[in-house]
Design a protein around this ligand. Structure first.
Ligand SMILES: Nc1ncnc2c1ncn2[C@@H]1O[C@H](COP(=O)(O)OP(=O)(O)OP(=O)(O)O)[C@@H](O)[C@H]1O
Ligand SMILES: [Mg+2]
Length: 272
């Protein structure tokens, strides 16, 4: 059964991609995933699993890091997008919010938001600014503040708000929880959910925080060492004993320590 807002229509399709950095380092080893229109899809996995690389492969940001897609294909609405530069992709409706927020520190909050509207023109921009402020009232309060002096949570909001200013259909969100206190993480994910339900925004979000991601997403993919090792509806992944034990830190016996988690490679049935 589909969750509210999620449709059968696939927007983004990643088909068996391989990514190599510096001509030699094989980082993605055949990753496939699909992102349905109107859904929140989570890309999960620990440090170095390949989440950011997957998002950058989609938004064509690998070149500057000497990375390239050497196999497989990526399509958006059934059209190949590998040749499109990030600006052309934004025009198609796909935008990436980078890991680590990346605000223009010397510009005000509002100026930062306005930079997101660069592909567009006309009076719609001020209406969109108001829309962003409806979802992020804190940014309205701080709109004249220099972005570099706002908190980490507010900078994450600026980064998401700026992406919204391009009127995207599909938002690639890299590690929105990074470095934020639990309460702020809840707040940011709550806004993502609202944007999904009320504006129909489609999200592909990369997260190490499996717990929060699986509470808000409809579907999840778990990446390990550049491979998808498991995928399924979020509700099913939340109940899966391996996910519970190794990603949610829970087991039959209760909480697991990180040291216990290390033994899982030997036990893991999906690699056997
Ligand atoms: N520019 C690069 N050159 C060489 N190797 C890289 C480069 N960027 C990433 N890697 C390697 O690719 C692998 C995947 O990295 P990636 O950043 O995609 O992981 P991630 O899942 O986003 O991790 P994190 O949760 O820490 O952000 C890692 O082993 C990393 O060291
Ligand atoms: Mg990353």
């Amino acid at each position: 059964m589909l969750d509210a807002g999620r449709t059968e229509e696939t927007l983004l399709e990643v088909n068996n991609i391989e990514v190599i950095y510096n001509h030699v380092i094989l980082v993605l080893k055949g990753v496939s995933l699909s992102v349905p229109k109107g859904g929140i899809t989570a890309l999960l996995g620990g440090n170095g699993a390949g989440k950011t690389t997957t998002l950058k492969a989609i938004s064509n940001l690998l070149h500057s890091e000497r990375g390239e897609v050497t196999k497989g294909s990526i399509t958006y609405r059934n059209e190949p997008i590998a040749e499109l530069d990030p600006a052309a992709l934004v025009k198609k409706g796909v935008i990436q919010v980078m890991e680590g927020r990346h605000c223009f520190e010397h510009l005000t909050v509002e100026e930062n938001l306005l930079t997101g509207a660069y592909t567009r023109s006309g009076g719609q921009v001020s209406a969109d600014l108001e829309m962003v402020y409806t979802y992020f009232p804190r940014l309205k309060e701080r709109r004249k503040s220099q972005a570099g002096y706002t908190s980490g949570g507010e900078q994450q909001m600026v980064a998401i708000g700026r992406a919204l200013m391009s009127k995207p259909e599909c938002i690639l969100l890299d590690e929105p929880s990074m470095g934020l206190a639990p309460q702020l993480v809840e707040e940011i994910f709550g806004i993502v959910k609202d944007l999904n339900e009320k504006e129909g925004a489609t999200f592909l979000l990369a997260e190490q925080n499996t717990n929060v991601a699986l509470r808000f997403a409809h579907y999840g993919y778990i990446l390990e060492s550049g491979r998808v090792v498991m995928d399924g509806p979020a509700a099913e992944l939340r109940e899966n004993p391996d996910v519970k034990e190794f990603y949610l830190g829970m087991s039959e016996e209760g909480r697991k320590s990180f040291r216990d988690v290390r033994s899982y490679r030997r036990r893991k049935r999906w690699l056997s």
